[in-house]
Structures are given as structure tokens and as C-alpha cells.
Design a protein around this ligand. Sequence first.
Ligand SMILES: *Cc1c(COP(=O)(O)O)cnc(C)c1O
Length: 220
Amino acid sequence: MANIILEEVREKLKPQNVTLVAVSKTKPNEAILEMYKEGQRVFGENRVQEVAAKYEVLPKDIQWHVIGHLQTNKVKYIAPFVSMIHSIDSLKLLKEVNKQAKRNDRTIDCLLQMHIAEEDTKFGFSNSEVTELLKSDAYQGFENIRIVGVMGMATFTDDKEHVRQEFKTLRYVFENLKLGFFQNNDTFSEVSMGMSGDFEVAIEEGSTMVRIGSLLFGKR
Ligand SMILES: *Cc1c(COP(=O)(O)O)cnc(C)c1O
């Protein structure tokens, strides 16, 4: 049953070559393996313990993306294997990711999480905060992280136009950061936006990476 939905989602992502992050948080290994058999390799999780446990037993060519708020003291548990962190929301966190990546002799791809929603509860940088970070000496010295783009979560609402405006804002922020800080840097290329309820709007507004959970795996 999930396969039909997976096929439908893939059809919608294909024209723009959008990456699908299958959000498997709370879902058992069997459900992940089923999707793996259908060729899915990128999975998103938001709990450190959970993703570390899944990494141990599931196929090693799975790319694990951490998408939820990450505590600094837990970075060490994912640093050996995580493929991308979507939720960088402070300089302190980025510093720790750099440190742990170095310890593991790796470079970790990171997205800067931008605050685009109305709710106070969603994490993320403001424009001025992100500019400050990218200008900081500390950031210039990080050699084991790569900033590959931005991530954002829209307001939880049925108002599609409102959501569209927030996605437009994120795409605009991405373009501005590219001009200001990453002009000759092709790796700064990702705009992670869109979930089960709003990914079609996100694609129309220039998403390059959607994070889809419940639509693929069923309700949590
Ligand atoms: C859970 C989660 C998703 C997926 O949400 P669905 O509505 O189930 O598609 C996407 N992004 C983040 C950051 C999440 O925590």
C-alpha cells in the first residue's frame, strides 16, 4: 500500500529533481526496510537515540538525516554516521558538530534552520542572526562542516496561501545568502521545505528537498 503512495510522491518530485527524505521517526525497522526495498535511501529522524539504534542494524548505505532540534551534548552520538543535519539553529551547535566531525575524521553537511513560521515554538535563525553567524570568525574556522543550504518549517495551518508566502520567504533567504556568502560555492544548493501536508506548495516555491513522514508511513 505504501508503495503506491511512494510512487505518487516520486512522480511529483521528478520534474524538479527534488530529493525525498522519508521521515521514519517512531516507525519500526521493518517499515524502513520495506521502503529501502523500493529504492529509498534517504531517511529522516529527529531523535538521537532512535537514529543511532536504527543505524546500527539497518543497511549501511542508508543516508540518515537528522531533521529535528538537536541538543549540543548529543551530537557525539550521531557524528560518526549522520549524512546531513537539517536543524542547525545556533553557532554553539554548529561548533559542536564541527568538533565531533573532526574527531571522526569526517565532514558533515549542514542546513541552517530559518525561522519562517509565525509560531514562537519553531526553532531557527532570523535573517540578522544567520548573517552574524556567517560573518563570525568562529564560523570561518570550521573545517569539518559544510553549509549546503537552508531548512524551514511553515506555520501549521490550512491556509495554503499563508504557507506559500513562508516558503517564498525561505527561498528568498536562500537566494540572498547564496549571493552574499556562497557565490562560487556549488554545494550551497539545498532548500529543505515541505512536509506531508504542504510539500506540493513547497515544490512550486522552489524546494529541493522535502521531508515526508505520515503520508508515506501512515499516522504516528
Ligand atoms: C516529523 C517531521 C516531518 C515530517 O512530518 P509529516 O507531516 O509526518 O510529513 C518533517 N520535518 C520535521 C522537522 C519533522 O519533525
